[in-house]
Design a protein around this ligand. Structure first.
Ligand SMILES: Cc1ncc(C[n+]2csc(CCOP(=O)(O)OP(=O)(O)O)c2C)c(N)n1
Ligand SMILES: [Mg+2]
Length: 343
């Protein structure tokens, strides 16, 4: 949908007016700012290991823009900040990455599930929730975000199969960034495309440019329409290329193709959409700057709020781990409190 300002013309997306386009840009910038600031906060020791989603923003914002608030989102760690698009405070997500209980939220407050770190285990959760909505005669659907690597997991298969058989109103959104940490796509699957896998589950499979926010929006909008019409799930393969390390603990220089990364960084998704909006004449410089400044301000306030949270009670480390705590528990906890008090 997004052209290159030269030979490739821009497309027109049905159902999005100029105000929507600017709002979509605002969301992309918020995600981008969250991500870039988080890498800095990590380097400053203010948050823990962080899964970078630079150049994944179009997949996240484009897909969520096609949903309504009643629809449920099931993120993986790669979509950790997707709650921002539902009004979740940035402070909450930063707290999650700080390992602080202020980072837990009630999924029902935002219709956003917990950030899923085990690969693919949220796919059956999303399928089950979507099926439940259908059984209750509700209109809402669910979307599960996962990576290319997740399509090799049993839980992906179980969730996709379950959704296909039961015609659950589910969107299976695969961010195909072509890497699962250091495992490249060609070592992941013998399938020609990941979208081909949809056939085996009896659902449509769609491939889309993951760096084109408008194309992602359209594909998801169509999938949501199918879900609401009781036509069952859709598998979306959003094709992109990971242009940053897997996470702050990773050194991709030992395995990744640096030239390809450079190329992808040049055609990154926020800049591409910005070009589209400029050509359309709906993003004056001043508005662009205001949007960026507002996002920066959100992050400044959020990190200050996250750091102002009092330390949690260390008992939390254990209190949900055992139905019947071992006899050593009280002594262990007392020792931990002593160590923490000594600094
Ligand atoms: C069940 C499980 N196995 C292994 C891991 C370790 N692990 C963390 S991230 C990752 C790669 C996942 O790649 P992909 O699904 O493509 O998602 P991406 O990180 O590229 O978004 C793996 C194997 C895990 N978190 N969970
Ligand atoms: Mg991947």
């Amino acid at each position: 949908m997004i052209g290159d300002g030269e030979a490739v013309p821009d497309g027109e997306v049905e159902g999005l007016d100029d105000g929507d386009l600017v709002e979509l840009y605002r969301q992309l910038v918020l995600l981008r700012t969250y991500d870039e600031r988080s890498v800095v906060y990590h380097r400053q020791g203010r948050i823990g290991t962080y899964a970078i989603f630079w150049n994944h923003e179009a997949m996240q914002a484009g897909a969520v823009f096609a949903l309504e608030d009643e629809d449920w989102i099931f993120p993986s760690y790669r979509e950790s900040a997707i709650g921002l698009l539902r009004g979740m405070p940035a402070k909450t997500i930063l707290s999650w990455w700080r390992g602080h209980p202020a980072g837990w939220w009630n999924p029902a407050d935002y219709n956003v599930g917990s950030i899923c770190v085990p690969i693919g285990t949220h796919v059956p959760h999303a399928a089950g929730l979507a099926w439940g909505k259908k059984l209750r005669g509700e209109r809402a659907c669910a979307i599960a975000f996962f990576g290319d690597g997740a399509t090799s997991e049993g839980s992906f298969h179980e969730g996709a199969n379950f959704a296909g058989v039961l015609k659950a109103p589910l969107v299976l959104f695969c961010n195909n960034n072509q890497w699962a940490i250091s495992t490249p796509l060609e070592a992941q699957t013998a399938a020609e495309t990941l979208a081909d896998k949809a056939v085996g589950y009896g659902m449509p499979g769609v491939r889309v440019d993951g760096a084109d926010v408008l194309a992602v929006y359209e594909a998801t909008r169509d999938a949501v329409a199918r879900a609401r019409a009781d036509d069952g799930p859709t598998f979306i393969e959003a094709v992109t290329y990971r242009a940053a390390p897997h996470a702050t603990a990773d050194d991709p220089s030992v395995y990744i193709d640096a030239e390809r990364v450079e190329e992808e960084r040049r055609r990154e998704c926020v800049g591409r959409f910005e070009g589209y909006l400029r050509r359309r004449g709906v993003l004056p410089e001043e508005l662009r700057d205001t949007i960026h400044e507002e996002a920066a301000q959100v992050m400044r306030e959020a990190i200050a709020q996250a750091e102002a949270e009092p330390d949690p009670d260390p008992e939390l480390l254990f209190s949900h781990a055992f139905a019947a705590p071992p006899r050593s528990f009280d002594a262990d906890l007392a020792e931990l409190r002593r160590v923490l008090a000594d600094g």
